[in-house]
Design a protein around this ligand. Structure first.
Ligand code: RRO
Length: 308
């Protein structure tokens, strides 16, 4: 790790930049992950994978709109065995830390996928309990149920062979802070907040039908930033473990808001659809300029600064 003004330590990971690639964007192959790492991300997160290959929903599955992005990718992924190979290939080619994102269709499957993903030795495992395009056996995202989240977190932690785990949460629940606390109590090393919100819908007024093939999808991008900042704020007041804050970060001031709300690291995702991987360097530079202008030497002193 380069010891520069914006380097951070997060749950044992040494990051050259607090910015990391959020799961689901440019994260399916070793080469796309490496291109993002080379563009200035402090860590990259692979697309969430499950036990078996999934084709996902038909196109259109991703719809950028004026204020953000609507998606119903439908958990498209090659399955954990193929993802292990991509991660191994990435790790041969890049030293930038990699977070492997996983999901399961029920509690036990999270355990099986964890047992497989650890063989790739990712630097961290992201436990995705919050995809808005999937429902648990009870009809709500796992991440909205405190008991299910606790069980999944404990199971993944027990099978993670010492690799730190972060649980990716949803804002679509009465209290994200309570869920985060339950994850911390059950062994989570970090919390990632938030997944896309909604679901939402966009209708094409000319054909008078929803645009997405799945009709509804998760909402992300600039329009969700106030929600994600508030979630990080609530979680910071409730847990001691570090927070990866993401949701609508498209410029330096957004990343600074996240950090001041309590995030140690900041996820960048939807903004890449419009700006490409160059966005990482743009935000890195913007944060450095802010530190310089405010006569600060290290980003760490800004974590949670808005709490006074
Ligand atoms: O694949 C998706 O549809 C998807 C996932 Br797994 C997720 O976690 N969040 C999202 O907005 N879409």
């Amino acid at each position: 790790m380069k010891n520069n003004a914006i380097s951070v330590e997060m749950a044992g990971l040494m990051l050259d930049s607090p910015l990391l690639l959020s799961s689901g964007v440019l994260g399916l192959s070793a080469s796309s992950l490496k291109s993002v790492a080379d563009a200035g991300a402090g860590a990259v997160t692979s697309k969430s994978c499950g036990l078996n290959e999934r084709a996902g929903h038909k196109c259109p599955a991703v719809l950028p709109f004026e204020h953000g992005v609507l998606n119903a990718i439908g958990l498209a992924n090659p399955g954990v065995d193929e993802m292990v190979k991509e991660i191994q290939e990435y790790k041969r080619r890049s030293k930038t830390p990699l977070i492997a994102s996983i999901f399961g269709s029920d509690v036990d499957e999270f355990g099986v996928v964890t047992e497989k993903i650890v063989s790739a030795r990712p630097d961290m495992i992201e436990v995705n309990v919050s995809c808005p395009n999937v429902a648990s056996e009870f009809g709500v995202p796992f991440g909205a149920d405190i008991d299910i989240c606790s069980r999944i977190t404990r199971l993944v932690k027990d099978k993670s062979k010492g690799i730190p785990i972060t649980v990716k949460l949803t804002a679509n629940c009465p209290s994200i802070a309570r869920i985060a606390k339950a994850c911390e109590d059950n062994g989570a090393d970090a919390i990632t907040a938030i997944n896309s919100i909604g679901p939402g819908m966009i209708i094409d007024v000319n054909v008078r039908k929803p645009v997405l093939s799945n009709k509804v999808g998760g909402v992300s991008g600039a329009c969700v930033l106030p929600v994600s900042v508030r979630c990080v704020w609530d979680i910071y007041r409730t847990v001691k473990i570090p927070i990866i804050g993401g949701g609508g970060v498209t410029k330096p001031a957004d990343a600074l808001q996240m950090i001041m709300a309590g995030a140690t690291a900041v996820g960048v995702g939807s903004g890449l659809y419009k700006n490409g991987p160059e966005l990482f360097e743009e935000i890195n530079q913007g944060i450095k300029t802010y530190l310089h202008e405010n006569k600060m030497t290290r980003i760490d002193s800004l974590i949670g600064a808005a709490h006074g």
